[in-house]
Design a protein around this ligand. Structure first.
Ligand SMILES: Cc1ncc(COP(=O)(O)O)c(C=O)c1O
Length: 376
């Protein structure tokens, strides 16, 4: 899609192509980020660019722990935190630490497709479990899919690509199934939560932390989306302080962070995010973009589960073939991604972390396709 977008922009001009295909936020980091950046540049501290312990600076990890303790009322300390190169680095470090060759990682379709390759990096495989018509995990299917080989269930809420947020009942259901299956098979199953969109929730939606649902919970996240720093590669892993085996697990993850070649999270970014744990970009602008697009598209006849978080929506493709539908929209210079890339054929993903003119300009193409397909 990226290449296609560049080619179309060359042919028709930048302002005539409406690219809703990428999750690269257009918003700028909050002002506190710039202030901290200026401070570290203007007042350099000796050793600030040197190696530090592979888990990250103790003071940054303590700041993350304090943030999580305040949010969850759990006794996090720096010892439960490993700073990483973004959420991708966090997921790969965690998966390498827990996986044996042949293990299975359960994911829910639609899913962020990189998960398949991350598992493969560590000789594990993914098993996709379906969700219902509202993109909520099918718990019966989950129960039937957990086997002796299951090493982890990977949850992403708010979700890419649907924007759906899982509620307490769903997460509690997942936790109960894991406890039951661990007992049945005598195995240990991790609950891994990809929290990259946690701070991007709208309408006051609740996004419960997963620590309360299962002792062996690992949260992986980053500041790519909440502080709009995807290019800076800064994130972390947090292990449940209620998990008895956490010491060995964390030692393993610190080692994996190193030998995967990350070594440690970027030093400068660790210094900076230390005091930004409670900050985020202005999420009001995402909520506004979501409402504008959702209202216009549903008015045209597109069927969409209203997203409560992240910056994506995942409409049903009005024709069965999602790739053909994406091709139709492309004829009108509107770029979106086919659902089959997320394990969900028959849908397509729209990313609305783009300038308003892109969203506004895309409406003409969406309308033309809606008309061709007689949606209204
Ligand atoms: C669901 C999900 N997980 C992980 C990532 C990777 O995030 P990072 O850039 O922090 O590695 C992304 C990026 O788009 C994502 O959408």
């Amino acid at each position: 899609m990226f290449e296609e977008g560049i080619a179309l922009k060359k042919k028709y001009g930048e302002r005539n192509v409406f690219d809703l295909s990428l999750g690269n936020p257009i918003v700028e980091p909050p002002e506190q980020f710039r202030e901290a950046l200026r401070d570290w540049a203007n007042n350099p501290r000796p050793g600030m660019h040197r190696y530090m312990p592979n888990a990250g600076y103790p003071e940054t990890r303590a700041a993350v722990a304090a943030h999580l303790s305040a949010k969850t009322s759990l006794p996090f300390t720096a010892n439960e935190i490993v700073m990483t190169c973004g959420a991708a680095g966090a997921l790969n470090t965690a998966l390498k630490a827990i996986s044996e060759p042949g293990d299975e990682i359960i994911i829910f379709a639609p899913y962020f497709s990189e998960y398949i390759y991350y598992a493969d990096n560590h000789q594990a495989t993914t098993r996709a479990v379906p969700t219902d018509s509202k993109f909520i995990p099918d718990l019966k299917a989950l129960e039937e899919s957990v086997t002796r080989k299951t090493k982890a269930v990977l949850v992403n809420s708010p979700n890419n690509p649907t924007g759906v947020v899982y509620n307490h009942k769903t997460l509690q259901g997942i936790g109960k199934i894991l406890a039951k299956k661990e007992k049945q098979y005598g195995t240990e199953i991790f609950l891994v939560s990809d929290d990259v969109y946690r701070k991007l929730v709208y309408d006051g939606a609740e996004c419960p932390y997963l620590f309360q649902y299962h002792p062996q919970t690992i949260v992986t996240t980053s500041h790519s989306k909440d502080l709009a720093l995807p290019g800076e590669r800064i994130g972390y892993i947090a292990v449940n302080p209620q998990y008895e085996g956490r010491g060995e697990l964390i030692n393993g993850m610190v080692f994996c962070n190193r030998v995967l070649g990350f070594v440690n999270a970027p030093a400068l970014m660790q210094h900076i995010v230390q005091n930004l744990q409670d900050s985020s970009v202005d999420i009001g602008q995402y909520a506004r973009k979501r409402d504008f697009l959702y209202n216009n598209l549903t008015e045209m006849g597109y069927s969409i589960v209203k997203p409560q978080g992240a910056f994506y929506m995942f409409p049903k493709a009005p024709i069965a073939d999602d790739v053909a539908l994406v091709g139709e929209l492309q004829k009108h210079n509107v770029l979106v991604v086919p659902g089959r890339g997320f394990g969900a054929p028959g849908y397509f993903r729209i990313s609305y972390c783009v300038d308003d003119w892109v969203i506004e300009g895309s409406l003409k193409g969406f309308k033309a396709v809606a008309k061709e397909l007689r949606l209204r």
